[in-house]
Design a protein around this ligand. Structure first.
Ligand SMILES: [Zn+2]
Length: 604
């Protein structure tokens, strides 16, 4: 057995924290520099499927040898630098980080959140080489939180993938620790907020415990939540033994704030299995030079969004009513996305790099979100498995089976279908053909058969308040539909944001980014005003529209139609059977919800 390669020894120092700058020095092992070498910055970071070109944040790249003599450094592509053969080589560079997100560096006078891919160069042909990282010169009251183990003052990563997978938070965060099942957990919280950290930590403990139970324990000894609060911030990024979370500080005035954070924690934590360990073979080891294509993001992301619901329900930290609302609004969103007939889940996954992360105003017409639709498809898979097994097994069992059978060996679509077949005894192909590879409308009847839950649609005029429903004029106005959408906000004006394909607006020749100036002779200043003037007409009625296109004004006529959009809700069926109720409880860990009393049937 060959001895382990000597590590790259990295030292990270502040240059000017307020100006978002650090300096990184890499001591490159002599054995790797005998013929010279090329070192690169990644184009992207795993979990966030967009080429971000982290090299654009790196400059002042300088090298010297063991005698302190400057070495020539030659840039050989957008993200790579070539060094000559030498011994005792130190390579240093400045890193700029001023983007508070979970996949980029953020450095200021209060903290530094460092992402491996945005901070450290790698040997072009040697991703297996270990790293040792020291942090020197930071404010004396700053602490360090990371999943990397600390030994002799240095944080160790066994290879570049591990380094990139181990974000580091430096600052004055507050620490909460707990033990669950077979592992130690740390919650490092940065930034002020209006919540109760003891509750956040208690919820985190319940969440990780329910996730761990699915797999019979955790695949690590220690796990770190890096949670940062900052106004309007949001998002999470998964790692094997940690996660970076961003959260708005003002959400805890309502219980929904905790539910949102709990769901985010559950999502990122479930990724410790789904995508970080159970993954398409393409997603690790990674190619950092460019796009890594997979058709499985619907499963790795969308179904993780689904499992997040299962975990928070079983943990008892989010009520069923909230989860039911979120499922129903996801169903509504998809039903109002014309792109559902244009792009499959597999296609959406594959094109994440060029579509999901780069939306245009036309995206809703041409594509779907693999998170949103994937979440609903995960729910339908749950229904199919529960129905086939009399409620006994579902998606948690599917994941447990994949974990047992595949572990970290890689999970292909065929493996997922096999697990589905093994549990249900059913041919998975029709389901996949319809909803994963295909673009069929989702069928909610599965939920009724499996759990006694009904997806129910309401037209806009049926969603009016009880008083408005008695007002024929309000009902009539709610029926008017043009297929136009406008931007929100006072400054958005009447610039058309999107036109639904096949809608009256399309027939009238209207399109993004034309501006609607008047409707039936009335000057309109906002999208809301424009839609109100369209609603003056009955469905079938025609109105005159004056619009502008690239500075030229023109007139057209638009025939208002009856609104075909529907809003969905997910309700307990009063006629649900005992086996359906038992399946619901096996699935969610919650009692079957009491069917909602229909309003207005009886006087109180
Ligand atoms: Zn995710």
């Amino acid at each position: 057995m060959a001895a382990a390669e000597p590590p790259i020894q990295a030292v990270v120092r502040p240059l000017d924290l307020a100006q978002h700058q650090i300096e990184v020095t890499l001591r490159l092992p002599d054995s790797a520099m005998k013929k010279g070498a090329v070192l690169s910055m990644p184009a992207w970071t795993p979990g966030s499927y967009l080429v971000r070109d982290y090299a654009r944040f790196v400059d002042r790249v300088e090298a010297k040898d063991g005698q302190g003599r400057a070495l020539p450094v030659q840039k050989v592509d957008k993200q790579s630098w070539k060094l000559p053969a030498a011994s005792g080589v130190s390579l240093s560079y400045r890193v700029y980080g001023n983007d508070l997100s979970v996949r980029t560096n953020h450095i200021d006078g209060a903290h530094a959140h460092l992402v491996g891919a945005a901070t450290f160069l790698y040997f072009e042909k040697d991703l297996a080489r270990p790293y040792e990282i020291r942090f020197e010169g930071f404010p004396s009251d700053w602490k360090i939180a990371t999943a990397m183990p600390l030994a002799d003052g240095a944080y160790a990563a066994k290879d570049y993938d591990t380094l990139v997978d181990s974000p580091v938070e430096l600052g004055t965060f507050r620490e909460h620790r707990f033990r669950a099942l077979n592992a130690d957990f740390e919650l490092a919280i940065t930034g002020a907020h209006n919540g109760d950290e003891a509750r956040m930590a208690a919820d985190a403990e319940k969440v990780v415990t329910e996730a761990g139970k699915i797999f019979g324990g955790f695949p690590f000894d220690r796990y770190v939540f890096l949670l940062t609060f900052s106004p309007k911030a949001g998002g999470g990024l998964e790692h094997k033994a940690s996660t970076s979370l961003l959260c708005d500080p003002f959400i805890f005035d309502k219980p929904e704030g905790y539910w949102r954070l709990d769901s985010l924690m559950a999502h990122e934590f479930f990724h410790a299995w789904n995508v970080k360990r159970l993954h398409d073979p393409v997603l690790g080891s990674f190619d950092y030079t460019g796009e890594n294509y997979t058709k499985q993001l619907w499963f790795h992301e969308g179904v993780t969004s689904y499992m997040e619901d299962v975990i928070v329900l079983r943990a008892g930290v989010v009520p069923w009513s909230s989860v039911a609302k979120s499922i129903a609004s996801g169903w509504t969103r998809l039903s109002q996305t014309p792109g559902r007939f244009e792009q499959s889940l597999e296609e959406s996954s594959y094109d994440a790099w060029i579509r999901g992360y780069k939306p245009t105003e036309f995206s809703a017409n041409s594509s779907i979100d693999y998170y949103g639709k994937g979440q609903l498809v995960g729910l339908l898979m749950e229904g199919a498995l529960r129905e086939a097994t009399g409620g006994k097994a579902g998606m948690p069992e599917l994941f447990a089976r994949l974990w047992k059978e595949r572990g970290e060996k890689g999970v292909t679509d065929a493996d997922i279908r096999k697990a589905f077949r093994d549990i249900s005894g059913q041919d998975p192909e029709p389901f996949w053909d319809a909803f994963v590879r295909g673009r069929k409308e989702l069928d909610g009847s599965q939920l009724e058969r499996a759990f006694g839950l009904k997806l129910e649609a309401k037209a806009p005029w049926e969603s009016l308040s009880a008083d408005d429903q008695k007002d024929p004029e309000a009902v009539r106005r709610a029926k008017a539909w043009t297929g136009l959408t406008f931007g929100n906000g006072a400054t958005a004006g009447t610039v058309i944001q999107n036109v639904i394909p096949g809608s009256p607006a399309e027939s009238a020749g209207l399109a993004n980014p034309m501006e609607v100036l008047s409707v039936n002779g009335w000057r309109v200043a906002t999208g809301t005003e424009a839609l109100a003037r369209f609603a003056d007409a009955d469905p079938g009625g025609t109105v005159e529209v004056i619009a502008a296109n690239r500075g030229r004004v023109f007139a057209t006529r638009l025939t208002v139609a009856e609104n075909p959009t529907r809003t969905w809700s997910l309700n307990a069926d009063a006629a649900a059977t005992d086996p359906q109720k038992a399946a619901f409880t096996a699935w969610t860990g919650q009692p079957f919800p009491a069917p909602e009393k229909r309003k207005g049937l009886k006087a109180p």
